[in-house]
Design a binder for this molecule. Sequence first.
Ligand code: 13P
Length: 246
Amino acid sequence: MAKKLAAGNWKMNGTGADLAQVSALIAAHPAPKCDILICPPATLLSRMSDAAKGSAVKTGGQDCHADASGAHTGDISALMLADTGASHVILGHSERRADHGETDAQVRAKALAAQAAGLIAVICVGETEAQRDAGDTLSVIASQLAGSLPDSCTAVNTVIAYEPVWAIGTGRVPTTDQIAQVHDLMRDALTARFGDADMTLLYGGSVKPDNAAEIFAVANVDGALVGGASLKAADFSTIIAALDAS
Ligand code: 13P
């Protein structure tokens, strides 16, 4: 069985005052069945990791450089993320692929660096609306998985997040059949390549308190990568409870 994970991606949101949301989440979920992860902006990572120490809440970065150190102004290495107490790092999010032109090959190199630093790589894939309309969704996902994952991936060091680009921050969500189709393809492709059927597969894109239970009932959905609804403890808590009940 894949380990269930409720992951929050705070993106470029949050300052010190928002650490109170994490304290509230820790208090609300002293012993969850699923793993809970929050990926705040890098400026909050050390403070959040300290605040979450000894609790059920894990922390992660939103990106890392492929090198361990060096002359890369403004970048952060996987080792540095691990040094803050982080356990995970999101890689290849569609916003980084779009805003920074990240390629599958770059995501693969970052995933190798993350795994070498002892971090769990949360690798994101997802089709654009134009690709879905053209009927290319499954081939796009298969190709992103093939290109973005190094051969070293296992169920222990890797989580995959399927995030249709058109569903992110839009309030639009694929049908449960559409989610199932992609997650079934991912499970088959990952099992065939890595011989490991237990990799955690997240769905992301407009997951909210009122649609989480329906999404978690879909086969091969092991949790969610949540943007906007992870910023407020009350909303994220409802999503965590839905995953625990699934
Ligand atoms: P929203 O939940 O705000 O749609 O964001 C999803 C996402 O991009 C998580 O990484």
